[in-house]
Write a new protein. Sequence first.
Length: 85
Amino acid sequence: MQEFAYTITDPNGIHARPAGLFAQKMQAYKSAITINRDEQSANAKALLAMMKMRLKCGQTFTVKAEGEDEVAAIETAREFLQTNL
């Protein structure tokens, strides 16, 4: 399992456009990819699941990937988040 923590810097938090693009990128991987904050967890491949978490600017969450391509999935997720959120 690979994971990393990320703190949102976008003043709008996670909103529809970047969440949709993120989910689309994560769907390219076979690994199970989740985002977790406190007791909440969401499938990173599902836009609505991520939107329900209502992550805001300044909040930190963890991205976890487990599976055959977990290293590549985590690197893509990290790069996307740093560039877009």
